[in-house]
Design a protein around this ligand. Structure first.
Ligand SMILES: Nc1ncnc2c1ncn2[C@@H]1O[C@H](COP(=O)(O)OP(=O)(O)OP(=O)(O)O)[C@@H](O)[C@H]1O
Ligand SMILES: [Mg+2]
Length: 307
C-alpha cells in the first residue's frame, strides 16, 4: 500500500533520513518509535509528500511527490504540531471537512466521542484552542475522513486519559483492511494500536519487529529485595547490578525480563540466606527511551523508563 524506496533527507548539516526503505501493506498497523530527533516526523511527512526527499514514496503505486492529489486521496494525517491557523475554529473545520470530502456533522460526531463539543469552540480562533483541544479536533477531522490510510504523529501526547481511551477505541474500530502508521513514544499506544514496530535511529531503520517479539524483550519489572543484616555480599551484587536503596536494607531496580531472571537467579543461587524478602511486579506505565549518549556500551539499546 505504502512503499518507501531509499529516501534520504538532510536539513543543512543534519541528516534527518538516511537511505530508508520500507513497505506497509494493506491492513498493517505500524508504529515508528525512536528517540527525539531520530527522524520519525520527517519520515511521516515524506510519506505525505510534505518534505522533498531523495528517493521515492508511493501510495497504492502513485508517487506522492509527483501526483500528490491522486496519491493522497485516501490518506488522512494527524500532525504532531498543529498549524497556527488564525481563522475561527468553525471555518477551519468547514474548510478541512470540504477538502477531505466529509461533513462538519461527521467531524462533530467524532469530536464528541473524543470529548470535544465543536459548537462550544466554533467561534474561538483555532490557534487559541488549548493543546489538547487542538489535538482532539485534528484527530476528529482525520477520523471523519474515513480514509483507508491514517498517519498520526504523537496523536495522544496532549490528550487526557478519557480522550486517549476514546481515541484508541476510534482507531481500533477502523475496518480491518485499513492502514495505520503512528509515531509514538507511548508504550500503551504502541501496545494497543499496532502489531509492527519500526525503530529509527539517526535517520536509519534500526529494527523492524513484530510487536509481540518487541514486547517480550521490553517487558519490565520492578524488583525489590530486602536483605537480612550482614548480607553485605548480596548488597554488593545488587548495587553492582544497578539496584538503588529503597528502604532500610531494601534495594530496588527496574529490570527487563532477561535482566530480572539473571539477577534473581544469581541472588538465590549465591546468597539465598541473605534474602529476607523478594518481590517482582510488572511495570505498565512506561515510556520507550534510549539511554543517554554517555551510557555504558553494554546498556540496553532501548528500554522502558518511568515518565
Ligand atoms: N524543517 C526542519 N528544518 C531543519 N531541521 C529539521 C527540520 N525538520 C526536522 N529537522 C531535524 O531533523 C532531525 C529529525 O527530526 P524529526 O522531527 O523527524 O524527529 P522525530 O523523531 O520526529 O523527533 P521527536 O520525537 O522529537 O518528535 C532532527 O535533528 C531535527 O532537528
Ligand atoms: Mg516528531
Amino acid at each position: 500500500m505504502i512503499r518507501v524506496e531509499r529516501i534520504s533527507k538532510t536539513f543543512g548539516r543534519v541528516r534527518a533520513l538516511a537511505d530508508v526503505s520500507l513497505e506497509v501493506g494493506r491492513g498493517e498497523r505500524v508504529a515508528f518509535v525512536g528517540s527525539n530527533g531520530s527522524g520519525k516526523t520527517t519520515l511521516l511527512r515524506a510519506m505525505l509528500g510534505l518534505v522533498r526527499v531523495e528517493g521515492r514514496v508511493t501510495v497504492a503505486g502513485v508517487d506522492v511527490a509527483r501526483e500528490p492529489e491522486i496519491a493522497l486521496r485516501n490518506v488522512a494525517y494527524i500532525p504532531q504540531i498543529a498549524p497556527p491557523a488564525d481563522a475561527p475554529t468553525r471555518e477551519v473545520v468547514g474548510a478541512v471537512a470540504a477538502l477531505r470530502r466529509t461533513t462538519v456533522e461527521r467531524v462533530g460526531v467524532r469530536a464528541e466521542r473524543l470529548g470535544l463539543d465543536l459548537d462550544a469552540c466554533a467561534a474561538t480562533r483555532f490557534r487559541d484552542l488549548s493543546g489538547g483541544t487542538k489535538q482532539k479536533l485534528l484527530a476528529a477531522l482525520a477520523l471523519a475522513a474515513e480514509t483507508e490510510v491514517l498517519l498520526c504523529d504523537e496523536p495522544t501526547a496532549n490528550l487526557d486519559a478519557h480522550a486517549r481511551a476514546a481515541f484508541f477505541e476510534e482507531v481500533d474500530a477502523r475496518p480491518a483492511g485499513h492502514v495505520l502508521v503512528l509515531c509514538s513514544h507511548r508504550v500503551e499506544e504502541v501496545r494497543q494500536l499496532v502489531h509492527r514496530v519500526v525503530e529509527l535511529k539517526e535517520g536509519r531503520v534500526e529494527r523492524d519487529t513484530p510487536l509481540d517479539r518487541l514486547l517480550e524483550t521490553l517487558r519490565t519489572f520492578r524488583v525489590e529485595v530486602t536483605l537480612r543484616p550482614g548480607g553485605a555480599a548480596a548488597e554488593a551484587l545488587l548495587v553492582g547490578a544497578g539496584f538503588g536503596p529503597s528502604g532500610p536494607m531494601r534495594f530496588g531496580a527496574l529490570c527487563t525480563q532477561s535482566e530480572k531472571v539473571a539477577i534473581v537467579a544469581r541472588l538465590v543461587r549465591e546468597h539465598a540466606d541473605a534474602i529476607a524478602d523478594l518481590s517482582m511486579s510488572e511495570v505498565e506505565d512506561l515510556r520507550l527511551e534510549r539511554p543517554a549518549a554517555d551510557a555504558a556500551a553494554d546498556a540496553p539499546k532501548l528500554r522502558l523508563v518511568k515518565p
